[in-house]
Write a protein that binds this ligand. Sequence first.
Ligand SMILES: [Mn+2]
Length: 319
Amino acid sequence: MKSKIKDRKSTVESPQSRLKRDKPAIRMPHFLEYDPESTGNPDAPYAVLPVPYERTVSFGRGTANAPRAILDASKEIERFDEELLLAPGLRVQTLPEIDCRHDSEEKTLAALLEAARAVTARHRFLMTFGGEHTITAPLVDAARASWDSLCVLHIDAHLDLRDEFRGSRLSHACVMRRVLELDVPAVHVGIRSLCEEEYRLVVERDISVFWARDIVGTGDDSWIEKIVARLARHVYISLDADGLDPAVMPGTGTPEPGGLSWHAITSLLRRVCAERTVVAADLVEVAPIPGTPVCEYTAARLAAKLMTYHVLHSDRHSS
Ligand SMILES: [Mn+2]
């Protein structure tokens, strides 16, 4: 009897919930929106996946706000590329964002793996916006299922090779260790912060590390060729926002001084797209700063740059 009364009570809608129901859903912005026909087209060659995942950030917060902010900021980007002097005509579908409100991290990451597989299995280019770096492992796992001879180009201030951090193996600080366990080799670029455990692993396993100090201020671009030479035929690119210098990208959870310049990172991406087949990428750990659009705009611009370099070689990618 008691439970019946309770049931009846719960069907009465509160003014707050009615307000919520009647409020029109805030439309998820699309990436770039150059071509309205592509934004929802499941056959567009590029797919953008928003993943507002924020669980284990250890210092600054706010990366869950990044995907929507990046999509919004992307509308400000010119269609015409100032470096290549052409309009790349990118056709980009923006996928629905991954629901990251599950209690279980494993469930969220499994849903992400499934969504990513649906794109990579059709050999479409997947660009994911995090969220924290943890999301990279399932994304690489999805790419690995669809592409042989795969490696990861990991641009980051940190190696992220710890086996465990603050009690979690799913911490952002462990993501490249999880990728290593997938048997996908990685080349680490822009590194300027690591622990002794990570250094021992680098030596033991002969892991490729390109230190930030050997890139920044060298005065030439010879480091780019050395990185490209280490990459396998198919490349997944994981871009941690803190790989860039904090002067370029101040909004990120764990900033480190002495990072890559805009010129350095775009020159590297351009050469990698020309020399290898880039199959997917992520941009993670962006944490927008209220009052300035610099972080989300720079992130949007970087993703658009990568797609622009990629589309120039799209004939080769279809093979
Ligand atoms: Mn990092």
